[in-house]
Write a protein that binds this ligand. Structure first.
Ligand code: CO
Length: 646
């Protein structure tokens, strides 16, 4: 973090509390805010890429703060930019742009207001009484983003659909006892219950879903201590938000919506830092549910744009979330009144042993060479309602970059009548089920492979037909197809053909005479299963493809658009790529949709063991040979131990 009051020394330094306060003061002093106005987003307005890359140490840095404001109880956003003065210049409101018809992410204060309004609502109380529940204090209300379904409640309002769960105690797991059939529509801006819908009685399950150590019976007692120690400390340094580890360097920031963002990721090679990634983050995600019924069919949470991963980042604790020699980075966000607040221990940075890096046993000479792999981990965990998502960026010594998302937390549940087996919701217990759903993330990956002018090629295996040129029928080869336009670059995965997408710099050649490249290696990941013409299909159009490529544009940051909450769809990638822009001779940005289709299992209850998804970015001819040859052998006598006589 920058020292309090110290001027920023780099254009990507994180915002300080003083900078947030100064920007909010300028907006307030404009006299354009009413009592009801709330700040839904405050962030550094990242300078244009060219300006960031041209920055040299010691030069002054012009700081801009981007502010999104919802003015009143209805919709309509304003986007303002404040330019902070340098020296004796005053801070100034640079722009004030109304964005009519758009809604912010759900606000915390309003969500709390919605919970109170539902609890006090007589229709909701009557619905609980019909189920034999009269102690309303045990109810848990979860406000959900309502989606866009053309209902009258949606017009001109910011609404939530509130679901109810019953807890036996204040610390109980409410998801064990969903109140099936009951939805309350709430006007968030006015904290007013618009309608309570009751689709009919299903008994509230009785079994407990607690999972604390004191709840689950005897704990296993055969775990010996496992300690990780680095007596000389870690091998990385963190100055401000500049992280350096061996040959890697990058900047790390925490955004209200995207969570951790990596900037200017480079690798030092022969004494110079070569650029790989200008910026990488989770630009959006969606969790669409597959049950077509009225109780669950509208559920499709856009957890970046409708809630915000950074806002829900956990404060991590040593020995629990992260093990070993840990460096924490705090986040600094702004609340809805514009006040800065710290997110303590929001980002965990540490090194991990990752097994072997490379090895060969020479059977002729008995010589053994082996190296240990170590990776640098930059991670955070966001809890959005019932789910917890861990985001782990890994940098490896061989030039590989990986994002792994760890999905855990608690399923969104439904109560089931005795003897029923729902088509769309596997049973967890006899009277509790969880609707099928997907978790689809869209990473925005602004690769700059040895500079910004890159091309993208799809590379996959080509099977050759048997014939004179392929007499044994064994032949196959890599086939590379350049993706020339946005429409050509809207692609899906094909694991059978090992399809991947190579980001090539045609202007820089490696020792073999080929252009340098990094490739996006997708995992075995799905696309959106909903009808593309459906509400969620239009709103999450980004999820209908695993790859999109766009020419870099500073304003194109969110895969589903800037304001997905209650948006009818067609924004973001769906809109930008309509222009079918050329991807040749330009700075390209990759958008990768990945994730899982979740058919819940009994083993996912009452809390899910971690499920993993993600992708790799791997150098392909970026280096002239294995870049990790210079990793020293492990201390000790590995080779000698391999020789029984030695
Ligand atoms: Co799931």
């Amino acid at each position: 973090m920058s020292l309090a009051g110290a001027p920023a020394s780099h254009p990507l330094d994180v915002l300080t509390a003083e900078e947030i306060e100064a920007a909010v003061a300028v907006v307030r002093a404009s006299g354009r805010l009413s009592e009801t106005a709330r700040f839904s987003y405050i962030a550094l307005q990242e300078p244009p890429k060219a300006e960031v890359l041209a920055h040299r140490p010691g030069r002054p840095v012009r700081r801009r703060v981007r502010v999104q404001i919802v003015l009143g109880p209805g919709l309509d956003m304003v986007e303002a930019v404040v330019v902070l003065g340098q020296g004796r210049d005053a801070d100034e409101l640079e722009s004030w742009t109304p964005v009519p018809g758009m809604r912010p992410a759900l606000l915390f204060e309003e969500s709390f207001g919605a919970i109170v309004a539902v609890m006090e609502n007589p229709d909701w109380q009557a619905a609980l009484a019909r189920r034999g529940i009269t102690d309303f204090g045990t109810a848990q209300i979860d406000p959900w983003p309502a989606g866009s379904f053309g209902l009258g409640h949606e017009d001109g309002r910011r609404i939530a659909r509130c679901l109810t769960y019953i807890r036996a105690t204040a610390t109980d797991n409410g998801y064990a006892r969903p109140v099936e059939g009951l939805i309350a529509f709430v006007d968030l801006g006015r904290a007013e219950v618009l309608e309570v819908v009751d689709y009919g009685l299903v008994p509230v399950p009785e079994a407990s879903g607690t999972y604390g150590a004191e709840d689950v019976g005897p704990l296993r007692s055969d775990l010996a201590p496992l300690e990780i120690s680095q007596p000389e400390g870690p091998s990385f340094t963190l100055e401000g938000n500049l992280l350096r580890w061996q040959k890697w360097s990058l900047r790390v920031s925490m955004d209200t919506r995207e969570g951790v963002v990596l900037h200017t990721v480079g690798y030092e090679d022969s004494g110079r830092v070569r650029s790989i990634l200008y910026r990488a983050s989770i630009s959006e995600m969606v969790v669409p549910y597959g049950d077509p019924g009225p109780m669950h069919g509208w559920k499709n949470a856009f957890d970046v744009g409708e809630w915000g991963l950074g806002r829900f980042a956990n404060s991590l604790s040593l020995g629990c979330d992260c093990l070993g020699e840990i460096t924490y980075m705090d986040g600094l966000l702004a609340d809805e009144h514009g006040n800065p607040y710290p997110l303590v221990n929001a980002v965990c940075i540490h090194e991990e042993d990752y097994g072997i890096l490379w090895k060969h046993t020479d059977l002729n000479t008995g010589n053994v060479e082996v190296r240990r792999s170590r990776r640098l981990v930059v991670s955070f965990i966001a809890t959005v309602g019932n789910y917890d998502y861990g985001f782990y960026w890994y940098l490896y010594q061989d030039g590989t970059i990986q994002l792994e998302v760890k999905l855990t937390g608690i399923l969104s549940t439904q109560a089931v009548k005795p003897g029923e087996r729902p088509d769309h919701a596997p049973l967890l217990t006899r009277d509790l089920a969880a609707p099928v759903h997907q978790h689809l993330f869209c990473a925005r990956l602004d690769l700059d492979v040895d500079g910004a002018d890159n091309e993208v090629h799809e590379v996959e295996a080509e099977r050759l037909p048997s014939g004179p040129a392929n007499p044994w029928g064994n032949g196959f080869r890599p086939r590379s197809t350049r993706l020339n336009t946005e429409s050509e670059a809207a692609r899906i995965t094909d694991t059978a053909l090992s399809r991947r997408w190579r980001v090539v710099n045609p202007g820089v050649r490696n020792a073999a005479g080929e252009p340098v490249a990094y490739q996006l290696v997708p995992g075995p990941v799905p696309t959106l299963l909903a009808d593309p013409a459906s509400s969620v299909g239009r709103r999450a159009a980004f999820a209908t493809r695993n790859l999109w490529v766009t020419p870099y544009a500073a304003t194109e940051m969110r895969a589903a658009g800037e304001y997905p909450n209650q948006h009818a769809g067609g924004d973001g990638l769906a809109r930008w790529t309509q222009a079918d822009r050329s991807l040749i001779g330009t700075d390209v940005v990759l958008w990768h949709t990945f994730g899982v289709t979740h058919f819940p299992r009994p083993e996912d209850w009452p809390v899910m063991p971690v499920e993993y998804t993600g992708f790799h970015l791997v150098p392909v001819g970026f280096f002239d040979r294995n870049p990790a040859l210079d990793v020293p052998p492990p201390p000790g006598h590995c080779a000698a131990e391999a020789d029984p006589a030695g």
